[in-house]
Design a protein around this ligand. Structure first.
Ligand code: SF4
Length: 452
């Protein structure tokens, strides 16, 4: 956490109730954001990164209270006056407790930019009028002054002052995002929250808009929360990065540190998805299998254990890591009842019939195919593990799915599903939530990061 933050997010939660029956009795909750904490210093850009559905956009809209958080604090300008808090004001600086008047003042100091700029403009209003609107809402009645401010801003974002009187449909996507930036800056905010601001743009335009964001951030001394699913975008604009998975921050560190020394396997997988132009690179692509689990029913223990390529083996096994991962995935799918033996047999039978063989698929062929489907080898290197897998396959083919599921679930367990790892220190200003220690990590070659 930083010394003198502009924004301090503490244990922020946004849970959506799940209700049932005519009385709408609450039976559970979708934990979209589940207790995240981070700071943003003055002039700093913090990236919030993760796959779609990890809760990063909900976190942003809860911070700015477009959605009401269900727990935690958002402290803005902790020990200094802002539009929302005067110098002698003894009221709390917790945004989650602001009344309407203070919330309006806060939203002057904290602006948001969205992914699709088109949807945030009124097609019947000139772009100049659109950018000037917040000035009018916040009490600037001098029309000429409003126009002068907006014309200056248009030039700051790389457009011409003369474009004031044009309409949104006359601009390209990249130009509209420039206009959205101008509107976000018109009230001279301290903080900008940018939610996937370049993901809807052509790749060729992205670099221009990112460079503009970087320039504006310097020129206006802005603090920024920059949300993206794309690590390569984060690398270009952020000072620090918080990696989110299933509503939680699993790693947070300065950008250079995250790229050169990732400590969480999920971060490692996100980094491996960045294309590398170097044909000599030995960096390994990590394919994360399976979907992000539902926040209504997160896995026990480490929430990443159902997909983690480094999921820990208990002491009694020393299997090839990819085989261990495959074994646990097979175990989970058998337990969920999603392994369909008959479908596999029919598919094999159809192939055999196509080859003129009407005998149908043998049990041995079905078992082999199931192993192939789950990336399991013909034989596991550990004799006992192989014995259990063979027995479970026999149960499955004998129609005893429950027995197979129970056998696999009681035999193959990982320490990662027992308790939830907490964020622990991994170096200066670097925290990660994983049971693997730094010495057990053998992460890939560093991914290039800007040094300016
Ligand atoms: S605790 Fe286990 S499952 Fe979670 S990230 Fe670390 S190795 Fe993977």
């Amino acid at each position: 956490m930083t010394d003198d933050p502009l924004l301090s997010v503490r244990n922020l939660e946004k849970h959506y109730p799940i209700t049932e029956g005519v009385l709408s009795r609450q039976v559970g909750a979708a934990r979209a954001v589940d207790g995240i904490s981070f700071d943003i210093a003055k002039g700093e850009t913090v990236g919030l990164v993760g796959e779609s559905g990890c809760g990063k956009s909900t976190a942003a809209s809860s911070i700015i209270r477009l959605e009401e958080p269900t727990g935690g604090e958002v402290i803005f300008n902790g020990d200094r006056a802002s539009s929302a808090t005067t110098a002698n004001d003894e009221r709390s600086n917790d945004v989650t407790e602001f009344d309407d008047e203070r919330l309006k003042a806060f939203r002057r100091d904290a602006q948001m930019i969205f992914q699709d700029p088109s949807s945030s403009f009124d097609p019947r209003q000139t772009i100049g009028g659109s950018i000037a609107e917040p000035l009018e809402v916040h009490g600037m009645n001098d029309r000429a002054r409003r126009r002068a401010i907006v014309e200056n801003l248009l030039e700051d974002v790389g457009l011409a002052a003369a474009e004031y009187d044009r309409y949104p449909h006359e601009f390209s996507g990249g130009q509209k995002q420039r206009i959205a930036l101008a509107r976000a800056l018109v009230l001279n905010p301290d903080l900008v929250i940018a939610d996937e601001p370049v993901s809807a743009l052509d790749v060729s335009i992205r670099a221009e808009i990112l460079s503009l964001i970087d320039d504006l951030q310097d020129r206006y001394g802005l603090s920024m929360l920059f949300i993206s699913h794309d690590m390569s975008v984060i690398r270009d604009v952020c000072d620090r990065v918080a990696v989110m998975y299933l509503g939680e921050i699993v790693e947070i560190a300065p950008t250079g540190e995250i790229f050169s020394n990732p400590q969480h396997p999920y971060t490692e997988a996100l980094l491996s998805a960045i294309p590398t132009p170097d044909p000599r690179s030995t960096r390994e692509d990590i394919e994360l299998k399976g979907k992000v689990p539902s926040p209504t029913n997160p896995p026990a223990g480490c929430s990443f254990h159902t997909r983690c390529h480094r999921v820990i083996q208990p002491d009694e096994y020393d299997l090839e890591q990819s085989h261990w991962r495959a074994l646990l995935t097979f175990r989970d799918e058998v337990a969920e009842g999603t392994v369909d033996v008959e479908k596999t047999r029919q598919a094999l039978g159809a192939d055999a019939a196509g080859d003129g063989d009407d005998e149908g698929a043998s049990d041995a062929a079905v078992k082999r195919q199931l192993r192939t489907n789950f990336d399991l080898p013909e034989t596991l290197s550990d004799r006992e593990a192989e014995g259990t897998l063979t027995e479970a396959l026999d149960h499955l083919l004998g129609g005893e799915d429950d027995r197979a599921g129970e056998l696999l679930s009681t035999t193959f367990t990982t320490p990662c599903e027992g308790t939830e790892p907490a964020l622990t220190d991994r170096g200066t200003d670097h925290q990660a939530a994983c049971f693997l220690t730094e010495s057990e990590q053998s992460f890939r070659e560093p991914v290039g990061v800007r040094t300016d």
